[in-house]
Design a protein around this ligand. Structure first.
Ligand code: FAD
Length: 414
């Protein structure tokens, strides 16, 4: 049986990996050359700690306040775009405590399942993506954020995640070179990190060696369907026959699924990152600066710094004041972290595929039983990629899934 996957980001490649392992004949079609998509320049964090969805109480009011500050980490591009408005309405409706409570377990389970797969992969000779399980430290600088973070750490413990609340002295012991000046932090020992650029390249090598067809620089532009089933994918000048089709097109998922009349509420959340190469001092631990919403990850030979979430923006422009916002936030958390503004060509950007409720879309479509959707992982696609791929392979194979999948139903907004 052959499966055609549209999209070769982390979600498409992980799905190809597990489908191939089950003996399916797999083709991945991507309109890029597979060397740069959202799955490359991200922060490499593996995040069971991120059990609070993007749609949460307070985010809408905070988002509106941030819209008036050019350097803020969050921005919604105002536009008369029906898809964005529909997404926004779903998002506002889902930003409740009830939704946060209901989402915690499905988000945690997917992250934990992925973490185990990464830990297994890290022992295999064909992978070497510098996986480490040292945890992630969330730094806070105000009483209010501190209270929220400590409350969240308690919730994390209730979910079985290992956390430790740290004062400034303890932060200084963990990061002696950087001299943290933040008020305090929470260490999520349950988290890991890796080098996403290495991981993606290694996945491509493994899939190629195993005979998975990777069709590059070819855009999927249409589909054929017959008797209630998708029968082929039109891409470039060719038609790819398919027993089963998986749409894993990242932020372009709504456009692709729309060609089959399947509506997926999803918008791009543009983010930036850049690398400080061979830094004189580096962090020991991946770090999130809570108020600034900036992330920092030590990677071999570099410190990667990233942030911002520009909802609805899909253009190649790099907004210098957002980069300035990231850089200017650093000294208020660390005495010894001062970074020069990177040149334009050193700044990477990617589009996080943001679902309307902060949970990913994973599963079959109602309209076509042989059409599957996998996307909308927002800021956790790298972390949740392997589990998503495994679940998709189990669903296509008709097996019982490793974890319950109801919460990820791609057509839950119908
Ligand atoms: C600054 C930043 C930091 C981040 N940090 C983290 C982190 O620390 N941990 C984490 O877990 N996540 C992180 N993320 C999020 C993560 O990178 C994404 O969730 C993830 O990469 C999404 O993967 P994807 O496969 O769905 O999409 P993508 O990687 O975007 O892949 C989609 C692919 O589909 C292809 N495509 C689209 N349309 C078509 C078509 N019609 N035909 C053919 N191909 C098509 C595209 O070319 C692309 O290659 C971060 C994101 C950003 C921006």
């Amino acid at each position: 049986m052959n499966v055609v996957i549209v999209g070769g980001g982390i979600i498409g490649l992980c799905s190809a990996y597990f489908l191939d392992a089950k003996g399916y004949d797999v083709t991945v079609i991507d309109r890029s050359d597979l060397t740069n998509n959202c799955s490359y320049g991200n922060m490499g964090m593996i995040t069971p700690s991120h059990f609070v969805p993007l749609a949460a109480p307070g985010i809408v009011a905070q988002g509106i306040r941030w819209m008036f500050n050019k350097k803020s980490p969050f921005y919604v591009k105002p536009a008369i775009n029906p898809d964005l408005i529909r997404w926004g309405l779903h998002f506002i409706r889902k930003s409740t405590s009830k939704h946060v409570n209901q989402s915690a377990l499905p988000l945690k389970e997917l992250n934990v399942m992925s973490r185990s797969i990464y830990e297994e992969w890290a022992t295999l000779p064909e992978f070497d993506f510098h996986y480490m399980r040292k945890g992630i430290i969330m730094y806070f600088n105000s009483e209010k954020t501190g209270e929220e973070e400590i409350w969240l750490a308690e919730k994390a413990k209730e979910l079985g995640l290992e956390t430790m609340v740290l004062n400034n002295q303890q932060l200084r012991t963990l990061e002696p070179q950087m001299k943290p000046n933040a008020m305090g932090g929470v260490h999520y020992l349950c988290d890991g990190h890796l080098d996403p650029n290495l991981l993606m390249q290694q996945l491509i090598n493994i899939l190629t060696e195993r005979g998975v067809r990777l069709v590059r620089n070819t855009e999927a532009t249409g589909f054929h369907a017959h008797n209630g089933k998708v029968t082929s994918v039109v891409a470039g000048q060719k038609i790819y026959d398919a027993d089963c089709v998986l749409l894993a097109g990242g932020s372009w998922l709504p456009a692709i699924a729309g060609k089959l009349g399947v509506k997926i509420p999803l918008v791009p959340g543009k983010g930036y990152s850049f690398n400080v190469k061979n830094p004189k001092v580096n962090l020991n631990y991946p770090t999130i600066l809570c108020e600034a919403r900036v992330a920092l990850t030590p990677m071999p030979g570099r410190l990667r710094i990233g942030g911002t979430m520009e909802i609805g923006r899909m253009d190649d422009k790099i907004l210098p004041y957002r980069i300035a916002g990231i850089i200017e936030s650093l000294p208020s958390y660390f005495d010894n972290l001062r970074v020069d503004t990177p040149a334009g060509e050193e700044i990477w950007f990617g589009y996080r595929p943001c679902s309307a409720d902060g949970l990913p879309y994973i599963g079959p479509s109602r309209k076509y039983p042989n059409l599957y959707i996998a996307g909308g992982h927002s800021m956790m696609g790298l972390s949740m990629g392997p589990a998503t791929g495994k679940l998709i392979s189990e669903m296509i194979d008709g097996e019982k899934t490793t974890i319950p999948v109801n919460a990820y139903n791609p057509e839950r907004f119908k």
